[in-house]
Design a protein around this ligand. Structure first.
Ligand code: TMP
Length: 234
């Protein structure tokens, strides 16, 4: 499949049309941003790792009954995906307190929840992706109640599947962000699942193996991404 016109360039990926109206090509970059683009940098090899990791995880989720936008890997940075209409929500699932949860609510990082939380942010860079709830999402016409129910139930199922998958690699899944899209009337999983969009901690030492190393200037960023790659075996 060939790249046609570029439709969009985001912070971490470019998106191209193809000759199939149902398919796009996403091309992963090494660019990294944080704090709504205020902090900028490059993580060498990140595009390759995020592409191959997302595709491996999407294939695993598909085998377990979750429909995703993944179609086929072209090469280490480029993938064919279904052309979805993105629901403008960042869907965040948490198993352990960290990041904005800890900051906003004064809960120590590492506090384990009895059951996972699900939250929504409105995907809107001008507003800084504000936290919203179900009724706000409906008022803003971002999704219907039925779609929100489906998104929450898929997100929790994805959490159970991913937690088990990462544990086999001695990694704890602390939290992560998903995006969903509409495809021929169905809600399917889209975007990416990578160290950019998950918090991943070593099971024994709690060492951070994700983008928090970039956000918080913890060093050894490339090393952490490579460690995840080698543990997941791709
Ligand atoms: P948070 O604690 O900063 O709200 O982040 C929760 C999770 O969502 C964490 O795994 C990182 C991920 N995330 C993104 O993928 N994109 C974003 O823009 C933000 C803020 C977080």
């Amino acid at each position: 499949m060939e790249k046609l016109e570029q439709l969009y360039e985001g912070k971490a990926k470019k998106v191209f049309k193809t000759d199939n109206k149902d398919h796009l090509i996403v091309s992963y970059k090494d660019d990294a941003t944080a704090f709504n683009g205020l902090k900028k940098g490059t993580i060498a090899g990140k595009g390759e790792i995020n592409n191959l990791m997302s595709n491996q995880l999407f294939a695993y989720l598909e085998e377990n009954g979750i429909e995703t936008h993944y179609v086929e890997t072209i090469d280490s940075r480029n993938t064919v995906v279904k052309c979805v209409e993105i629901v403008p929500l960042e869907v965040i699932v948490r198993n352990v307190a960290a990041g904005s949860f800890s900051k906003r609510l004064g809960v120590e990082e590492g506090t384990v929840f009895e059951q996972p939380t699900v939250e929504f942010s409105y995907k809107n860079d001008d507003l800084g992706d504000p936290l919203i709830n179900d009724s706000f999402a409906i008022a803003l016409k971002l999704a219907t109640q039925e779609e929100i129910d489906e998104i929450k139930s898929m997100a929790l199922r994805v959490n159970e599947l991913l937690k088990a998958y990462f544990l086999r690699a001695n990694i704890k899944l602390i939290d992560f962000k998903l995006e969903f899209g509409r495809f021929h009337g169905r809600i399917i999983l889209a975007d990416e699942i990578s160290p950019d969009t998950c918090r991943l901690w070593d099971k024994e030492t709690n060492e951070k193996l994700d983008k928090d190393r970039f956000r918080r200037d913890l060093g050894n960023i490339e090393g952490a991404y490579s460690e995840v790659r080698s543990r997941l075996g791709f």
